[in-house]
Design a protein around this ligand. Structure first.
Ligand code: ZN
Length: 113
């Protein structure tokens, strides 16, 4: 079962850990305290995937969809920041033989409007 299949499955939706975390959080976002009454969707974030499919309540955190997006983005940025880019992916496609601008034109200041 893939992650997507699991996260959209009945098993995940009815997981004792997931439902337990929702109840323990009072059905509110652990970050901003929003609830479905505030017109937000609650989601249950995996703090770890160590026990994916057999989560413990402590593996999970109730977040609203907005805080979930922010936290997931921050985790991904931190994780990808540690990856060194492959030089093949960052090398220029063509050897640059001429400057990007004509140095005889000097520095031209953009006018403010
Ligand atoms: Zn939130």
């Amino acid at each position: 079962m893939t992650y997507l299949e699991y996260i959209t499955s009945h098993k995940w939706r009815t997981s004792a850990a997931r439902l337990g975390e929702l109840a323990a959080s009072g059905h509110r976002c652990r970050t901003c305290y929003a609830s479905p009454g505030d017109d937000v969707r609650l989601e249950v974030h995996h703090r770890t995937y160590e026990r994916l499919g057999h989560e413990l309540i402590g593996d999970l955190t109730t977040l609203c969809c907005y805080c979930h997006h922010v936290i997931t983005d921050a985790h991904r940025r931190r994780r990808y920041a540690l990856i060194r880019p492959n030089p093949v992916d960052t090398a220029p496609l063509f050897e640059r033989t001429a400057p990007l601008f004509d140095p005889s034109m000097g520095f031209q200041r953009h006018e403010r409007y």
